[in-house]
Each structure stands twice: as structure tokens, then as C-alpha cells.
Design a protein around this ligand. Structure first.
Ligand SMILES: N[C@@H](CCC(=O)N[C@@H](CS)C(=O)NCC(=O)O)C(=O)O
Length: 202
């Protein structure tokens, strides 16, 4: 299989962490591409029409995207149980959606700051996106700490990758402020070998 990859993409990182945690790294060849909304990567055309990474090309079926689909697929290949099959299933899916939603908002801020011409940038809009990230961090800190401390699952991996991205691109906005429990959890979770091996270059 071939994974369309970028070393700074937090969505790709989710997939890479799953590959590490489920011992499937050898099954996947990485194809690094640079893709943005205004410069879509040529190799993705025809395979992943949204031209986003990650995308997973398989020998026996259509290319898979997005990160949730790919992680779920890899989990089922390895029968790793990262989504559980009991009452935790919906919690895990919701936690992953919350983490991915934080990422979506944080990535929009990154694009606003890096891709849009300076004179057209809209600070209130970026701050409103950050409001979503802040509310998500507060919810994690107040309601999800017990879940985050349970055995490894996909929700935890997604939250770890989302917080790592906030540190990479939006450190100055200080997500840890008022979220001590979450910050302590991430300090430990970020030291898992799979998280260390997939740390984005700064
Ligand atoms: N929902 C997608 C989001 C993927 C995504 O936005 N990836 C970014 C890189 S971090 C990308 O490829 N952006 C290019 C674009 O938006 O056209 C997923 O979970 O895989």
C-alpha cells in the first residue's frame, strides 16, 4: 500500500501512529507530497479528488481517504480493537470527531495566516476558529480525562495528534492555560514511542 504523506500533517500523523501501534509500518510505502488548497498536489489527482493527505492507495480497491476511514481500515486489518466494539465505541468515535474538529479549526487558522495575502486576512474569523479549539480543550479537560486514561484507543491517538499540532503551529495561543489535567495527560502520552517517532519537524 502507498500512503500519501506529509511529515507536518496532523491527520497523516494519526495514520502513522496507528501504523506504529499496530505493527503495520512494513506494509506501507510513504509517498511524500506537498498539497494545499491553492496548490493541490498533482499525484493526488484521479486518486483522491479532494487532493488532501492522508490518502491510502491499495492494490485491491479504491484509494481510501480521509484519516478516519484510513485509521478504521488499518485497525480492522490488524484487528487491533482501537475503536472497541462495546459501549465505548460511540465515545471513541465522538472523541475522534472532537479532536479532528479541533484540527480543522486550527488548520483553517494556519491557512489564513500562511496562504491568504496579508491585506485580506480576517483576524476576527481566525479568533473565532480558535474559540472552537478552546471550547474543545475545555471539554476534554472537564469531561474526557477518565476516558483518556483508559487503555489506548483511536480517540486518544486523535487527541494526541491534535494537541501536537497546536504546539507546532499555534503555540503562542497557549492551549494549556486552564487545562492542567489535559496538559499533564499530553506530557505523558506524547512520550509514547509511536508519538515520539512521528513528531513533526519544527
Ligand atoms: N478530514 C481530512 C482532513 C485532511 C487535511 O485537511 N489535510 C491537509 C493537510 S494537514 C490537506 O491535505 N490540505 C490540503 C487541502 O485542504 O486542499 C482527514 O481527516 O484526513
Amino acid at each position: 500500500m502507498q500512503l500519501y504523506h506529509s511529515s507536518t500533517s496532523p491527520y497523516v500523523r494519526k495514520v502513522m501512529v496507528v501504523l506504529h501501534e499496530t505493527n503495520q509500518l512494513a506494509d506501507v510505502e510513504l509517498k511524500t507530497v506537498a498539497t494545499t488548497p491553492v496548490s493541490p498536489a498533482d499525484p493526488l489527482f484521479g486518486k483522491a479528488p479532494l487532493t488532501k493527505v492522508p490518502a491510502l492507495e491499495r492494490p485491491d480497491g479504491p484509494t481510501l481517504f480521509d484519516s478516519r476511514v484510513i485509521c478504521s481500515y488499518l485497525d480492522s486489518c490488524a484487528q487491533a480493537g482501537l475503536y472497541s466494539d462495546g459501549s465505548r465505541y460511540w465515545d471513541i468515535r465522538t472523541l475522534e470527531a472532537l479532536a479532528d474538529g479541533m484540527l480543522d479549526a486550527a488548520l483553517l487558522i494556519t491557512y489564513e495566516e500562511r496562504l491568504r495575502p496579508e491585506e485580506k486576512q480576517w483576524n476576527e474569523w481566525a479568533d473565532a476558529q480558535w474559540g472552537k479549539v478552546e471550547r474543545a480543550c475545555t471539554a476534554l479537560n472537564q469531561h474526557w480525562m477518565a476516558h483518556l486514561s483508559e487503555p489506548l484507543d483511536m480517540g486518544q491517538i486523535a487527541v494526541g495528534c491534535a494537541l501536537g499540532y497546536l504546539d507546532l503551529r499555534h503555540d503562542a495561543r497557549a492551549w494549556r492555560r486552564g487545562n492542567d489535567a489535559l496538559a499533564n495527560w499530553f506530557a505523558e502520552f506524547g512520550e509514547r514511542p509511536s508519538m515520539v517517532a512521528t513528531r513533526p519537524p519544527s
